[in-house]
Write a protein that binds this ligand. Structure first.
Ligand code: F6P
Ligand code: FE2
Length: 188
């Protein structure tokens, strides 16, 4: 297997929030990129479209789609809401459906939403020290239910791919909203 950044592994370090080092790629997701995922479209359209909802620091040591390789990332979701719905990641199935993934909580608190292809869903609390195995065939999304930044690590196969389209079309079957200051799970 070709190692994109040569040998030995370049120096990469992570802390509770960041992944740093020369080969790290940074992704930003703003309100304008996420309008389709929130329930209250009217609320998201009136917000600052340049507001950052979450950022991902990624380490891709091999080319995308490499069989047997792994990718590594740290995601930081800002605290905030669109209407009464908490800020969250886009969420996706893997394009290669049988590929799994690990997430682990680093800072802050939220919910990991997991949904199978029959739209059966459940949640796991994600917080500092939590470890989450996401099996293949399971869509995954993280919701920041706290009032501080939520950060989590991820490790996934380099040939997993992201199927965002299925989620953009049909969404998850559950959403996490705030009602009277408390988090509630609502069914679609
Ligand atoms: O890809 P999404 O749904 O925007 O969520 C971000 C997180 O998921 C990943 O895509 C990994 O599956 C990472 O980029 C990051 O950990
Ligand atoms: Fe994933």
């Amino acid at each position: 297997m070709d190692f994109k950044y040569g040998n030995p592994t370049p120096e990469i370090v992570f802390d509770a929030k960041n992944l740093s080092g020369k080969p790290i790629e940074k992704i930003e997701r703003k309100i304008m990129d996420l309008n389709m995922i929130f329930k209250d479209k009217g609320a998201s359209e009136t917000m600052d479209q340049n507001q950052i909802v979450y950022e991902v620091d990624c380490y891709f040591p091999v080319e995308n789609d490499t069989e047997g390789g792994l990718f590594f990332g740290i995601t930081r979701i800002k605290p905030g809401k669109v209407g009464d719905e908490y800020f969250m990641t886009k969420g996706h199935f893997h394009s290669n459906r049988d590929r799994g993934e690990f997430y682990w909580g680093l800072e802050g608190e939220g919910q990991l939403l997991l949904m199978d292809e029959k739209r059966r869903a459940r949640t796991e609390v994600i917080k500092k020290g939590s470890v989450h195995y996401i099996p293949g065939y399971i869509a995954h999304r993280v919701v920041n239910t706290g009032d501080t930044e939520l950060s989590f690590g991820a490790c996934w196969p380099s040939d997993a791919g992201h199927d965002y389209a299925s989620i953009e079309e049909k969404g998850f079957s559950i959403r996490i909203v705030q009602k009277n200051g408390e988090q509630h799970i609502i069914k679609e």
